[in-house]
Each structure stands twice: as C-alpha cells, then as structure tokens.
Design a protein around this ligand. Structure first.
Ligand code: HEM
Ligand SMILES: N[C@@H](CC(=O)c1ccccc1NC=O)C(=O)O
Length: 922
C-alpha cells in the first residue's frame, strides 16, 4: 500500500515527501542565484561577525529595498524567506537593546515573501530549520545523521548553533517515514485490518524511539550556556517580549510613513509539522493554552493550534487533512484492552510521551538551569545614561537586554515592568495579521504578568527532571519560551495530555464517560451492532429513533464543549473526530445504518454527506451536560459538599460507632470485617442507630453471628462480581425483545444513558426482620432503610417473557461506559451520586466522585470529584433516564466496595475487560 494510495492524496500537493517528510526534496539553495540579491546574501554570509561587532543594524539600514520579482522557483522563495528571517532577527536582537522598527529594506520584501509562502514574517522553524540545511560532504547524504548536516545561515557561526538546528533537521528526516506509516494505518483501520494496524503502530513507536535518540544527542555538541546566552536571544519573537525590551512588538516599516506594529511568536519546534502529525495521528488532544494563567476565554489547545499558522501553508493543510481522516485512536479504543491494536496504540502514545519527557529534561538544562546561573560578564546590561531604572533596588551592571538577561534582571529588580510596558496578552490569531497590540499598560498586562512576574528567577528545587514537580507556585517563577508559552507548565501539560491518550493507564477524562465521541461511541456501537446482528429492531423502534429531536450545540452544552453523549452532532462541525466516528460507526452498524442511509456507509469519502450526517445525528438520543471547570483546583473529596468520606466527620455517627465498638469489645473479640466496617461508616444513620441498639441487647453468640454473617462478607463480591458474570444471561446485554415500555430503549449507548444490568442481590432484598435468625431475614446490617431497599428492588427488577420469576428477572437498563471508565468503575474508583431528578424525569443530575485520589490532573477536561453531570432526555418514555433509585443503590454499594478495599481482590486496572462486552455499563 503506497503512501499516496492509502488515502488518495498527493503528498506533492502538500509539499511533503515520503523521502524527506516535511524537509524539502530539493536541497535548500545556498545562495539566491540572481546577483540582484547579492546585497542580502552578502550580509547574510557575514551575519555572525556583524552581530558580534554591533554593525548589523547599520548594514541592514544601508540595504536597498529589493523587489521580489526576481524570485522564481519555490526554493528561491524559501531561500529568500530564510535569509530575511535571519536578517530580521539579527537586526532586532543583535544590539544592546532590541530594536522595535524594521526598516523598509527588510520589512517590504519580507512581508511579500512570507505572504507568498503563507508564513508569518519572522524567524519560524521553517526559516531556521526546514529550509536551512545542507550536507557536509558528498558521500554522506543521510539526513538522519546530524554529523552529516550543516546549516546555511547562522546567527553566531558557532558549532553549538549548527548542532542546535541540525538535531531538529535530523529528527525531521528520520520522522519522514512516519508519514506513510500514519496514512497506511488510517487505511488499515478503514479496512478493519487489525494485524496491519498493529504492525504499523509498532513501526510508529519504533520511529518515535529513534527520534528520541536523536533528540538526546542535543547534549553532544550544543553547550547549554552558549545556547542560552548567545543563540536563544536571537530566536526570540516579538510577542510577550516586553520584559526583554519589546513592549509593543515590532513596527514593520513599509516606507513613506506606512507600516504597522506586529507581534509574533519566536521560533519553536512547536512549529514542526512532524511532531504535530504524531499528535493528530494518535488522537492526542492538547488543551494547554500556553498561557501562564489560562483565562476562561483562552481557547483549548490554543498554542499548538496557533503554531500551525507558523508552518508553511501546504504543511498546515496536510495536518488538517490528516486530522480529518484520523481514526486510529477511536479504533484502538473500540477494541478490547488486551487486544494487540490497543496495546500497540498505548505503546505509541507512551513513546510520544516519553519523547516529551526527554524534551522537558533538555529544556530544564538549556533554559531553567542556565537562568539560575550567574551570567557571563559580557552579557551584563548597563543601562544607558538616559534610562531611568524605575526600581530603587540596585540593578546589576548589565550589558544587553534580551531574553536571557531579562530573566536575570527580574531577579534583582522587581519593577522593570513599569518602565517597559507589558506585551499584549497572548492572543492566538488565526491569520498572520498582527496580534492585537494593546496600548502600553504599565501597571498590569492583560495576562496579569508584569515583567517581574513574567521572568522571575526560580528560587529552588531542581527542574532537571521530567518528573520534577516544578510549577510556578512552587518555584516562584514562570519562564517563557521563545514561542511565548509559560514553558515548563506548558510542556508538562502537553506531555501529560499525550500520556492521557493511552487511556488504559490511569486517567479518566470527559471523553471516557458516557461518550459517543470516540471510544465510548464505538464501544456502544459495537454492542449495538452485536445486538442488531441478532435481531433487527422493529420498524416502530426505527421510527422512534428517527423522530427523536436533535438538540443544537448551544441548547445542551453549558461549556460550549461537546464532550457529551451527543459527540456526533455536537462535535460534527468542529471536531474531526466526529467524522471519523461516523465512518467507524458505519462499519459496526453495517446493514442497519445502510438501511437508514442508503448505501453510503461503506464509502468514507461519501460518508460526509449532509444526508448521512443528518441521519446519524438522529441516532443521538440524550445528552450529557458537563459543568464548566474554571482554573480553580479540582474539588477534593474533603471539601466538596456531599462527597464520600463526609460521613467520617459526622459526630453522631462517630458517637454511634464508638458505642458499638465498646459493645463489640465487651461481648466479642471486637473484630469486624472491612466490609462491615465500611457499611457502618456509610449506612443510613438511622439504620446504624437501630443496629447499635440491637447489638446492645444481643447475647454474645448471636451478636457474633450477626457480625460475621455470610451476607456481609458476600456483599462486595456479589456486587462487584456481577461484572465477571456478564456473559451469563442475567448480566448480559439488553433483552432482544421489548418487554415493557422501558424496553423500547434501544440497547447500548445509542439511547438515553441507562443503567446497568443488575442482578438483584438477594442479600439486599428486604426480608422480614428477625434478629434471632439473621440468615433468614434482611440482615440488620444492610446499610439502608427498608423503604429505600424496597424502592431499589422495584426499580431493579424487570420481568420479561423469558424471566418470569424474581430470581430470573433482570434490569437491562444500561449506562454505557467506555472501556476505560468501565475499568475504573469495576474497581470502584469512582461513584455517581444521584442528586436530583426534575422536569418529569427529563433531567437528572448525578454527581461524580472519585473514591480514591486516582487520576491525572488534566486541566479542564478531567472528570473531577464534585462534577455535577446532567443527563437529559427528550422523551422519558421511549428513552428513559437511568433509574434514580438504582443509581442510589449503586452509590451506596460502590462506596462500601471502595471503602472496604475488598474490591482490590478484583483489582486489574489494566482494564482487561473486553471493551465492547455486553453489559459494559455501570
Ligand atoms: C536546546 C534545545 C531545545 C530547547 C531549549 C527547547 C525548548 C522548548 C520550549 C521552551 C518550548 C515551548 C514552546 C515555546 O514557548 O517556545 C518547546 C516546545 C517544543 N519543542 Fe523544544 N526545545 C529544544 C529542542 C527541541 C527539539 C530538538 C525538538 C525536536 C523535535 C523539540 C520539540 C519541541 C516541541 C514538539 C515543542 C512543542 C511542545 C510539544 O509538542 O510538547 N524541541 N521547546
Ligand atoms: N522554544 C525554544 C527554542 C527552540 O526550541 C527553537 C527555536 C527556534 C527554532 C527551533 C527551536 N527548537 C529546536 O530546534 C526556547 O524557548 O528556547
């Protein structure tokens, strides 16, 4: 399968090749062929010396304003772009203080060239890396070996700088092979070829491992001090650079009094299409905004998205294309956790995470550690005589003001911010129009970072470890990357977001719960498909499905995000995943979808047709509303009202338990099982009171029998083991025919969220109370009041044609969980507390609680303790919400399971459930 055939795309069209990836196939030009451009080339050749001597600005100012008309081939435009980018940054940063006006001799041609190449007029990764390399000697053309590579343009002429750039170039060259791997894997998913998908994922992982090796070679020949003090200042952009002396960005002077202020991010590997390709292919979603203190308005993943605008137009479009067809993650998640595909997928994602770990270590050494050391003397900045240091504290004698010295400056002066106005807030723009340039605001910048806080000096703790817990608060400092991000927090978040995609590990995000977005959608669909294969729905059910009104995004998205069960319709327009979902849906649902949509289902390209879209939307029955998360830390079990664990602080309960302890100690050995212990702590307090009273009146023998009754010991195994018995008739999938009004709910996640198959546990059934004969009665230690248990029983037991007796009856009402969420659920890692049911059973609030501190923090998208999730249905008859009563029962039993620790006997957080298995619900 060739790369181009795999998805019918022409890589050429995207300026991408199987051979070189995002590097050009033709070697970059060493010089513009037309001597007309000699003035540029001559300065370029001498740039390091001109910067060193301080003559660069004069040299640039003396340049004529050259036309771009003599640029012909693509390589010529690229060469011009790279040269002008170097001259621009040399001009801006190549003096004691940055220069904020770019003369027409550079501004005019640079604006034209960059607009032709669909790039911003600054030193992007394309200018510095992609189009700035050559091989050293004719025999050694392997671009994946950094030793074979040299750069064409350089700011410093040092070998450190060469190395800094060529490491990325070698990574690009080595990563080229991933392009066909990704495209072929996408195709293999479409063909449902699990073996091939696995094989390709393994190859992607191997490729990532090779890239990591090259990355680590950075240490070989690029000295951190040289990078930090000599190279990095020249890479800085004009955005967020108030501290370094560019409060308003740079004025691009077109001559004749015309021009405009612009602010651009500096160079960064975040502008590499290769690394973003991995994210896209593997379905890694980034939420990091890049800002130090993300505001409610900062779009998720803003920085990475913004960086796409710093990539050459065709590369940007290539990524957009791959994002549209990407399907690997949802496919992997649709398969059992133990499947080869899923394992290979997780391995790939973790390898990408490990690449990012290594990168964080590099950043720690090359930036953070350097910033903490004393600067070499020649880097010190001496304020000019006409400059008024605004702080009374003594300033060090500094020579230069730039990205390196700005960090140091802030250490000793707390108020440079008031002399240099702050930058405009980080404001991602979707085009190359300059970011809005706010009028100088000396007190406070819009992003709240004054100079001093933007570049503080870290006080302690080593950053020199990917796992270090460096954070602004701990280290009293936020560093900024040349790209403008809050550096360490940003990189860590990006790394964590990567690893979180391997969701069999230890995280749960909103996508994992009740979701028809990626994996859960598939999961439900598989179930649905299995069911459908057995028996197609009657026409009436179909009609009901089709009639179900579809809500608009706004109607049911508090967040403006669509991580709900309505993933398909909500995310359709803006979420490429949704399209892929739909494509995969079509495979799973096969004939039935075909009957709905008329044959288009097997053709992914035709799949995105309005008609089909509409039909698919109509499959979505209910919605889930998520609460917004602000930047405030997640509520913990301790502080969240109504959270589990609050019982531990209830004085009445404590008193009763103390009393009971006294009774037990006086009459028995005083020991209780962990299950009973858990029950006592979470039981209805009235029930507890009753029990303590009874215990006080019982003789030691009967009391002992009570305490160690089988019923208690069986409670958790019975509750949790129902998952293990899923394949049995009771715990199985929804019944194939509709036994009651509820049965018209289609099975699986295509319906309103429903609750699980429940085998009514006999030990919870209400029985005549007879303390003298505990084994034949409702056990007095049953955690809840009798009336409540009655309600549960009524809600749980559904009699069907096949199952006429109470013992055989079952509840087929399911809440669909993803495999990940199901793994968490099965191990009692979280519980859902039913909070309220309103509007004629059309809306239900349930509150999510972690039962342990057991999740990764991923800002904004994680499921947090205390989250109130609203389940909504249009029609409670045909598509009922989960049973409030049963959720209540589960809430109690699940906490008993968690608190008792007994569930750990079944511990397998490896999520080796069968993913799409029957009864894969709560
Ligand atoms: C001394 C070497 C390097 C340093 C100091 C460094 C520093 C940084 C910093 C500070 C950022 C945050 C963006 C910003 O605000 O600028 C960043 C982003 C990034 N860097 Fe590097 N970098 C180095 C080399 C590399 C290399 C060789 C790669 C190769 C692929 C790389 C890949 C990335 C990527 C992909 C991002 C975007 C964030 C992400 O995807 O996780 N960096 N880098
Ligand atoms: N963002 C980095 C600089 C950086 O990594 C970089 C800058 C320009 C071109 C390429 C870069 N990265 C790796 O080659 C920094 O803040 O120092």
């Amino acid at each position: 399968m060739s790369a181009s055939s795999s998805s019918n795309i022409s890589l050429d069209e995207y300026s991408v090749s199987v051979q070189n990836g995002f590097l050009p196939t033709e070697p970059p030009l060493r010089r513009l062929p037309d001597p007309y451009y000699n003035p540029w080339e001559d300065i370029m050749a001498d740039l390091p010396a001109l910067i060193r001597s301080g003559d660069i600005r004069q040299a640039v100012r003396s340049l004529p304003v050259l036309s771009t008309e003599k640029l012909h081939s693509e390589p010529e435009w690229r060469r011009a772009y790279s040269v002008l980018a170097f001259l621009t940054h040399g001009y801006i940063w190549g003096g004691e203080r940055p220069e904020n006006r770019l003369p027409p001799s550079i501004a005019c041609p640079f604006l034209e060239v960059s607009s032709y190449l669909e790039l911003p007029p600054c030193a992007t990764y394309a200018a510095l890396n992609l189009w700035n390399f050559t091989t050293v000697s004719p025999g050694q053309e392997d671009l994946t070996e950094p030793d074979n590579l040299a750069v064409l343009n350089s700011f410093t002429g040092t070998d450190d700088e060469r190395w800094f750039f060529v490491i990325s170039i070698a990574i690009e060259a080595c990563g080229a092979k991933v392009i066909p791997l990704v495209l072929n894997a996408i195709e293999a998913v479409n063909l449902h070829d699990q073996g091939r998908v696995t094989q390709l994922l393994v190859q992607i992982t191997e490729c990532l491992a090779e890239l990591s090796k090259i990355l680590e070679r950075m240490y070989e020949k690029c000295a951190p001090a040289v990078f930090y003090h000599q190279i990095r200042p020249l890479l800085a952009g004009s955005k967020n650079m108030a501290a370094a002396g560019l409060p308003n960005g740079v004025f691009y002077d077109r001559g004749g009094g015309v021009g405009e202020w612009r602010q651009y991010s500096g160079g960064s590997n975040a502008q590499s299409s290769l690394i973003q390709l991995f994210d896209i292919a593997l379905g890694v979603q980034h939420w990091a905004s890049g800002e130090a203190t993300p505001s409610a308005t900062s779009p998720h993943g803003a920085f990475m998205m913004e960086m796409r605008n710093y990539m050459p137009g065709p590369h940007r479009r290539f990524l957009e294309h791959v994002a549209r067809i990407a399907n690997i993650r949802p496919y992997a998640m649709s398969l059992p956790a133990a499947s080869d595909v899923r394992k290979a997928y997780n391995a790939a994602v973790m390898m990408l995470g490990s690449f990012r770990d290594k990168h964080i270590r590099i950043v720690s050494r090359y930036i953070i550690a350097q910033a903490r050391q004393q600067p070499p003397p020649q880097q010190q900045y001496q304020p000019r005589s006409n400059e008024e240091p605004t702080s009374t504290s003594a300033l060090p004698v500094l020579k230069r003001l730039n990205l390196a010295t700005a960090t140091l400056l802030s250490q000793s002066s707390s108020s440079w911010s008031s002399s240099s106005s702050s930058p405009s807030s980080y404001s991602p723009s979707s085009s190359f129009s300059p970011s809005s340039v706010s009028s100088p605001q000396s007190e406070k910048s819009p992003d709240g970072t004054s100079f001093s806080s933007a570049f503080p000096f870290p006080s302690s703790s080593s950053f020199d470890s990917a796992s270090s817990s460096a954070s602004p608060s701990q280290d009293q400092g936020i560093f900024f990357g040349t790209g403008g991000t809050a550096l360490i927090p940003f990189l860590k978040q990006t790394r964590d977001e990567t690893k979180a995609a391997a969701c069999a590990l230890s995280g749960l995000d909103r996508r994992d719960l009740f979701v028809i977005d990626d994996m859960s959608g598939l999961n439900s669909n598989i179930k649905f498909a299995r069911y459908m294969r057995g028996s197609l729905p009657e026409p009436t059910t179909l009609q009901r499905l089709k009639k179900q009104p579809i809500k608009t995004r706004d109607q049911h998205s508090i967040l403006g995000e669509n991580w709900g069960i309505y993933g398909i319709q909500g995310g359709w327009k803006e979420n490429d995943f949704a399209c892929n979902q739909a494509i995969l849906w079509s495979y799973w649902l096969g004939p039935w979808i075909k009957s709905l949509v008329g044959g288009a289902y097997f053709d992914p390209t035709k799949f995105i047709q309005a008609r089909l879209r509409k039909d698919l939307r109509e499959l979505v029955m209910a919605s889930v509303e998520w609460p917004p998360h602000d930047a405030v830390e997640a509520a913990t079990e301790d502080i969240c009202p109504g959270a589990p664990g609050q019982e531990f602080h209830d004085p009445r309960r404590i008193e009763l338990i103390n009393k009971l302890e006294g009774i037990l100690k006086s009459k028995t050995d005083g020991k209780v099982s962990t299950t009973l212990w858990a029950i006592l702590w979470i039981s209805d307090v009235e029930k507890l009171e009753q029990f303590v009273q009874r215990a006080a009146g019982l003789d030691p023998f009967t009391l002992y029998a009570f305490i160690h009754a089988d019923d208690i010991e069986k409670l958790v195994p019975l509750w949790t083991q129902r998952y293990q018995r899923r394949s049995s008739s009771v715990g199985g999938s929804a019944p194939p025919s509709a036994p009651s009004s509820r049965a018209s709910t289609p099975p699986g996640g295509l319906s309103a969220p429903t609750i699980p198959p429940v085998t009514p546990t006999h030990n919870l059934q209400e029985r005549p109370s007879s303390p003298e004969n505990p084994s034949s009665s409702q056990h007095p230690i049953t955690p809840s009041k009798i009336a409540r248990v009655k309600k549960w029983k009524n809600a749980a037991i559904i009699f069907t044609e096949q199952k006429k007796t109470e013992e055989e009856a079952c509840c087929y009402n399911l809440v669909t969980l993803t495999p990940t969420a199901h793994g968490f659920w099965r191990n009692a890692r979280f519980a859902l507390k039913p909070v309220s049911l309103a509007e004629e059973r059309k809306r239900m609030d349930v509150q999510f609680f972690w039962l342990r501190q057991y999740y990764q923090k991923i800002k904004n998208k994680e499921v947090r303790s205390g989250d109130v999730i609203t389940l909504v249905t249009e029609n409670p008859e045909t598509h009922p919400l989960p049973s409030f009563e049963l959720l209540e029962m589960q809430w109690i039993l699940h906490r008993v399971a968690a608190i008792s620790g007994a569930v750990d006997d079944y511990k397998d957080d490896g999520f080796n459930d069968d993913g799409g298995g029957d009864g894969d619900g709560l």
